[in-house]
Design a protein around this ligand. Sequence first.
Ligand code: MN
Length: 297
Amino acid sequence: MSSERLEAHRAVVGESFDIRRALPSRHRRTIGAWCFLDHAGPANYKAGQGLTIGPHPHIGLQTFSWMVEGKILHNDSLGFSQWIHPGQVNLMTAGRGISHAEESPQDVAGRFQLAQLWIALPENERHREPSLQHHPELPLLDRGGFRITVLAGTFAGERAPAEVFSPLLGLDLATVGSAATELSLDPSFEHGVLTLEGAPSVDGKTLAPGTLLYLGTGRGSLKFESSAASRLLVIGGRPFGEEILLWWNFVARSAAEMETATRDWLEGRRFGQVRGARGAPLVAPDPRGLRMRSAGG
Ligand code: MN
């Protein structure tokens, strides 16, 4: 059974936040329909220096925010203004187009840890109307000392409330001490495991934060062990099967679509208006570079 260790790379989000980007990576662009995975923090920030991401557009995807520590405020062009607290999932379906902004509480020091993922929408859903779901309560299970939160999909008969459009799975495993369990997996799914904190072992090997363990299809179970406090994220899904293009904040199928979306954002069409955001709107990079990149492979 295939498994592969992929190093996350560092990226900067907002004005100064250091994050680890596990997906897409050079060698793997999707795990099921999951096409993006950023792990931000854990970090303490000073008053006035929290996360600020100004208004920016999305198409063709769902943003899936899993708040681990701290809280952020989401504002979007549908008019939703929603605080996201620890243990909650915020799911924004961009479809044909939406814009949003995210920010930490202002003028107070805080602590912050967030996993933000994107889910690619399949061809028959990617032009749908945009929507927002906020899920303050998720199914919880206890297994061998791990507290398991079902973030997306179904696990052990427990179904997460997030509305998704491809067969997929998202789990958070957390322990404050020693724990060991073997979880059943759907063998038709491929999976990825990312350690958020601590030094647990997965499939018998230590998995440090910053490395994504990729597991191909055909796996019916996976062992997790930890001798101290740790936290892991498990994502999975049926291999997506559609070629996607991911560029800036867009998921589409062609450079022409990216250019149109960029122009629409620049000229104030399609993506509405985000009210109540502190940060300035983000400026899209020049999509001509994308056409050259696609042409060059
Ligand atoms: Mn966004």
